[in-house]
Structure formats: structure tokens, C-alpha cells
Design a protein around this ligand. Structure first.
Ligand SMILES: Nc1nc2c(ncn2[C@@H]2O[C@H](COP(=O)(O)OP(=O)(O)O)[C@@H](O)[C@H]2O)c(=O)[nH]1
Ligand SMILES: [Mg+2]
Length: 180
């Protein structure tokens, strides 16, 4: 059996826990707790360790999907998770431009630690004031020396949409394995 580990990172409320839950065909393990700081203005609960779910693709292959906590005070968890990952997806909420700098920080953090296949998933594209893929591409590539990766739209509440981006990241992983 081959396990592919995919990390789902991103700022608070970008859709990580929802994504992990939707991806699952076996149920999910969550570590949500009531938020006590500024996060509580965005939502009542926040992920403190990680969310985990599994997607069985075939008798030989499973995706293990780990959602990170969004708040940077839990960034040691990002480190633990990313060091053993095969790939990661960074979720960015299209309608929350104030969070783009936090998304860039996470991108830089990951990039400095690992060189792995990755994609950016643009969420909340259905919300008022959502920026386009082109706008977000520009915003995320303008700082730091991180080359901007592919950005695709994803709806974390929609099973097909989540499945599609997971299949994209899976083929990135398998391409890397073939080459090496
Ligand atoms: N309208 C809309 N709501 C979304 C989308 N993605 C996530 N949400 C909602 O945004 C909220 C925060 O999502 P959550 O998964 O808790 O974010 P996390 O902090 O990254 O784990 C939840 O109420 C989700 O249902 C999206 O693409 N569109
Ligand atoms: Mg969460």
C-alpha cells in the first residue's frame, strides 16, 4: 500500500478544515477548539493541532490529508507536518485581500523548508469582492523571491472540486517520483 501525504495549509478561515472534511471518505479527525484571540472575530472555533482524513484511491493507494492550524503561533505544527509530506496545497481566500500577506508568509515558510510539489487553491471565489486568479497570482508573486506556483480555484465544500485538486497534486507527486 502506498500512502501519499498531502498537507493543506493557509491563513485562518481559508477553508482548510472544510477541505479536509470534504475530501474524506472515511470520516475525519479534528482538533478544533474555541478561539480565544482575534480569530474568534472570524469564527468561533479554530484548529489547534491538525485535521486529518483519508481518501482511498485504489487497493494500492491512499491519500492522507492533513490540515494545518492557520495561526502562526502554531507554526511548529506546520514544520512537523511538512517535513514528512509528499506535497502541499496552500488555500487562499479570494475575498480576503488582507490575508494575502499571511498566505505569502506561509508560502515562504514552506519554501524555505521543503522543495515539494505544491498548488495554490483559491477558495471563496463565490463571495462578494473575490479577487480573480490573475489578481491573486500578481499579489502573491510580488514579494520575496518565491516563484509563484500554479493557482487553481477550489470550493472546499464541494466534493468534486476537492477531488479534482487532489488528483492534480497526486499527478504532480507521481511525476516527481517517476523522474527521480
Ligand atoms: N462561501 C464559501 N465559504 C467557504 C468556502 N470555503 C470555506 N468556506 C467556509 O468558510 C468558513 C471557514 O472554513 P474553515 O474550513 O473552518 O477554515 P480554516 O480556518 O482554514 O480551517 C466555514 O464556514 C466554511 O464553510 C468557499 O469557497 N466559499
Ligand atoms: Mg481549521
Amino acid at each position: 500500500m502506498k500512502f501519499l501525504r498531502v498537507i493543506v495549509a493557509g491563513p485562518v478561515s481559508s477553508g482548510k478544515s472544510t477541505f479536509v472534511k470534504t475530501a474524506s471518505d472515511t470520516g475525519v479527525i479534528e482538533t478544533e477548539r474555541f478561539a480565544t484571540d482575534s480569530t474568534s472575530l472570524l469564527k468561533p472555533q479554530t484548529t489547534v493541532a491538525f485535521d486529518f482524513s483519508r481518501l482511498i484511491l485504489s487497493p494500492e493507494m491512499e491519500l492522507h490529508i492533513y490540515g494545518t492550524p492557520g495561526q502562526s503561533r502554531f507554526d511548529f505544527m506546520w514544520d512537523l507536518l511538512i517535513q514528512r509530506a509528499d506535497a502541499y496545497i496552500l488555500l487562499v481566500a479570494a475575498h480576503r485581500a488582507d490575508d494575502f500577506s499571511s498566505a505569502r508568509e506561509i508560502l515562504t515558510y514552506m519554501h524555505q523548508r521543503v522543495q515539494l510539489p505544491m498548488l495554490i487553491g483559491l477558495t471563496h471565489t463565490d463571495c462578494p469582492n473575490a479577487k480573480s486568479v490573475e489578481d491573486v497570482t500578481r499579489e502573491l508573486s510580488c514579494l520575496n523571491d518565491v516563484t509563484c506556483p500554479s493557482i487553481v480555484t477550489v470550493n472546499p465544500m464541494d466534493k468534486t472540486s476537492v477531488f479534482n485538486i487532489l488528483m492534480m497534486i497526486k499527478s504532480h507527486i507521481l511525476k516527481e517520483v517517476d523522474i527521480s
